[in-house]
Design a binder for this molecule. Structure first.
Ligand SMILES: Nc1ncnc2c1ncn2[C@@H]1O[C@H](COP(=O)(O)OP(=O)(O)OP(=O)(O)O)[C@@H](O)[C@H]1O
Ligand SMILES: [Mg+2]
Length: 214
């Protein structure tokens, strides 16, 4: 199962969501290959002490293998052995042409992001279904949400995560520590913690991983 995380708008939560997906899968004992197509390779920081930026040297931590693969989807020979492959992408318009996932995750935070996503969704849905996440979308309150819901009419052929993942100080701190929101100071037990776990589990479920027994 290959999951591509993409929106060609920048700074919208792609890397944060990708990183949490790998860490949640790790908690659940699902081995994953986490790939960053971004030349900056920020995702690597989450999974190795040194930022390993050599496409020939994957780094391994727990159930997670991380691979720097600038602007190239690794071949099936590299991804085939992993039940879960997550591809974090840079905010570039040509991504749907070079990534072929089984499922796309598309974070959007405001109306402009939805409008810009509408331009690339046809190229994306040609390859795989799109699961759209309202991410950091509640800063403007109910009117923002209404605007988002209206704007979603622009892209009818996608699925939506039923909850909004809020903008939160704990989630913001994750990139200071490169730790998940449940592991940063004052992160455990917050709404952001529960909503992030809920998002990761919903994505894993949509990707065909059976739900965890509680
Ligand atoms: N839920 C959140 N609440 C507050 N801040 C957040 C949240 N999620 C992510 N951030 C912060 O927003 C910034 C952008 O997040 P991130 O790097 O995940 O976006 P991106 O889409 O991968 O960006 P790029 O397009 O540059 O690759 C980071 O500083 C991150 O810590
Ligand atoms: Mg990123």
């Amino acid at each position: 199962m290959i999951i591509g995380v993409h929106n060609h708008k920048g700074g919208i939560g792609k890397t944060t969501i990708s990183a949490h997906l790998g860490l949640r899968a790790d908690q659940r004992g699902i081995p994953s290959l986490m790939v960053t197509l971004d030349r900056q390779g920020d995702l690597m920081r989450w999974y190795s002490d040194e930022r390993q930026l050599d496409p020939n040297k994957p780094s391994k931590r727990g159930n997670i293998t991380a691979l720097y693969s600038p602007m190239e989807q690794p071949p099936a020979s590299a991804t085939g052995g992993f039940p879960l492959v997550v591809i974090d992408t840079p905010p570039e318009a040509g991504i749907p042409a070079i990534v072929t996932p089984d499922l796309w995750i598309c974070p959007v935070d405001n109306r402009t992001a939805i409008e810009s996503l509408a331009e690339v969704v046809p190229a994306m849905t040609e390859k795989a279904p799109c699961y759209v996440v309202f991410y950091g979308a509640d800063a403007g309150g109910i009117n923002t949400l209404r605007g988002l819901q209206e704007a979603t009419r622009l892209i009818p052929d996608v699925e939506y995560h039923p909850e909004v993942i809020p903008h939160s100080p704990a989630a913001f701190r994750t990139q200071a520590y490169y730790r998940p929101v449940w592991d940063v100071p004052h992160g455990k037990g917050t709404a952001a913690h529960h909503l992030m776990v809920g998002l990761c589990d919903a994505i894993l479920k949509r990707a065909g991983f059976p739900e965890e027994k509680r």
